[in-house]
Every structure is written in C-alpha cells, then in structure tokens.
Write a protein that binds this ligand. Structure first.
Ligand SMILES: [Zn+2]
Ligand SMILES: [Zn+2]
Length: 122
C-alpha cells in the first residue's frame, strides 16, 4: 500500500496497485503548475483512492490536472482516454520504495537547468 498527501493534508490518496512509469515530466504545463519538473507514477484509475477536495484543471482537452484547492499541491494527472491516473511522487509518504526511471518531454524542458543523472531522456 502506497499513501500520500498534499502539503496541508486536506487531500490524501492511497493505492494497493504497484505504481509504474516513474518519470519526471519536463513539459511546459507541468513546469508551470509545479514550479519545476513534475515527477509521477501511474496506477489504474480504479485502484487509486482519493480522499478530500481535489480541484481539477483542464490545461488541454486531453487531460485533467488535480490539485489541492487549499495549499495548491499538484497531485494528479489523468488523460480522459486512458485507464490510468498519475500521482505526484513528491507527495508520497516515505520510504516510497520507488525510483525514477526516465525523463519525458525533454524537448520542452526549461532553459535554466541541465539533466545529468544519466536516466533515459524522451
Ligand atoms: Zn493541501
Ligand atoms: Zn508534463
């Protein structure tokens, strides 16, 4: 069981599924919403239990982004046509038992940093 929460604790989530696809997203939307890079993993939508008031923002018609309306923590990302939901690795209780596997949308990365950890870049 993995559990997490937002900064203020109003929103909590848990899953009994094995998280997959641990990645750091460098796209402009994730950087705007999180302040830098957004690290996440995904589980089947019906295996993630969310407790608390999540606000959803549709930055594009393809997906919605969930955040805590009180403290602003960017917690969830879900495409409308996929069966999975992504959650923020930074919101997980530790030890997470997880490791980042890759960087994604690196073509959109910010110009103020380099990626030097040796993980695959997509
Ligand atoms: Zn909060
Ligand atoms: Zn992104």
């Amino acid at each position: 069981m993995k559990q997490g929460r937002c900064l203020c604790g109003d929103v909590r989530f848990s899953t009994d599924a094995r998280p997959e696809g641990m990645s750091a997203c460098h796209c402009g939307q994730c950087r705007k919403q999180s302040g830098h890079v957004w690290a996440s993993a995904h589980v089947p939508k019906d295996r993630l239990a969310i407790d608390g008031p999540v606000a959803w923002y549709e930055a594009s018609p393809a997906a919605k982004r969930g955040f805590c309306p009180r403290c602003g923590s960017f917690l969830f990302w879900a495409a409308h046509d996929e069966g999975t939901i992504s959650f923020a690795l930074g919101a997980l209780d530790e030890p997470t038992g997880l490791r980042l596997e890759r960087h994604i949308f690196t073509a959109d990365k910010g110009d103020y940093y380099d990626i030097r950890d040796g993980l695959p870049q997509e």
